[in-house]
Design a protein around this ligand. Sequence first.
Ligand code: PLP
Length: 470
Amino acid sequence: MTTIPDPSVFRLLPSVDELLRNDAMAALIHEQGRLNVTEAARLALSELRARISRGTLSAETLDAELRALPVTLQLRVAENTSSSLRRVINASGILIHTNLGRAPLSRLAAERIAGITTGYSNLEFDLDKGERGRRNAHAQNLFSRIFARQAITDTRTAVVNNNAAAVLLALAALAEGGEVIVSRGELVEIGGSFRIPDIMARSGAVLREVGTTNRTRIDDYEKAITERTRLLLRVHRSNFEIVGFTEQPEVADLVELGQRRGIPVMEDLGSGALVDLALYGIHDEPNVFDSLRAGVSLVTYSGDKLLGGPQAGLISGEPALVDKVCKHPLFRALRVDKLCYAALEATLLSYLQEEYDDIPLLRMMRIPAEQLERRCREIAASVEGYVTEVVAVQTMIGGGAAAGKSIKSFAVALACKEISAGELALRMRRFPVPVVARVEDGRVLLDLRTVDCVDDAYLANSLNSIARAE
Ligand SMILES: *Cc1c(COP(=O)(O)O)cnc(C)c1O
């Protein structure tokens, strides 16, 4: 290898035009666009030029590089034009995984998004009057009908960007400049960035803490009420539990106190289920109906947790309060777009039609464990080069929802002699459709509750390709 640059080698480099003037490159240009291919070609040539200058490319080695160039360009262009947001297979054993996009949308929701958003819509247009309408009219009716079936009448629902926004907006609209009473046991942080005291400060309301971390009595709330009190706030401890010597007033007691003193009760539920979770094997977890039925004036919850819809923050409750929320200037800043309304309405329609299995999250929660065990055995039997075991596991609900609650499930546990569990998990994340698994006790665990059964064969084939490469 020469270390002194040979000027004659530069002359062997083709121009960008010459490089692109052949059938393979014409096809690539047709597929990926001229600018994308030209940019990649220019960069590849300048890298070769730099290597010639450093004296690390001779006429012979350059020839090999040039022959490899079409393939190199193809790969590079593909890399540059691939989106960074990709579908992944969730085998992590966490149902609502915030890092993996929380609730998958139903097919109907996806079709509705496509149908509504690829053209114009009446997002903010009153078709009867032929003039400007209100976007908040969408989803409204569907929510009201769902609540009415539970004998909850006279409610209204506002939709904003996420539940953090819903809490911020509700506090700003109803308590700015006044005080909000919260138990010290409920000053929670969710997902590292949502902290009740911080949101409260941003809303312009003053936090009035009462009780202690483990025990708060209804008396504590009552004693803290002054003429400045605007709300009694209850926050669901959605990602932790306090056990032992604890006390917390019932929602009904808070509502009674609020009604007696003329102060609305607001509840941040976090994961707002619109079904009875006991039917899904999750017990003692409040749903939106329970709160509204107990007389809570305003409930806030996420659209993409147990509801199984798009990212959204929902504010349901007394019409006068929800109207006040919608009139606040922050509502404009936190509003959602047509994609969200389209997906939310489609999801709510599945509830109204009682087609719960259309909603992926609810469907996955209901798969019988024996069915998952059978699928685990099939995968275990079809992979080679691994020590496998089918193990009983618990799928966590996750997503800052239903703290500590889980559903019985099964997983394939895999160990490969040649590579560590961490390395195996990494290679699975590098599959064309990445697989996210968890590592436990030196093995990779694939919990199938959150894996679509059509992906089972893909899992087995990809695992076999890793083992064969070793
Ligand atoms: C998840 C959660 C939030 C935040 O909701 P996002 O939709 O993520 O903004 C707020 N409060 C509670 C109790 C939660 O569980």
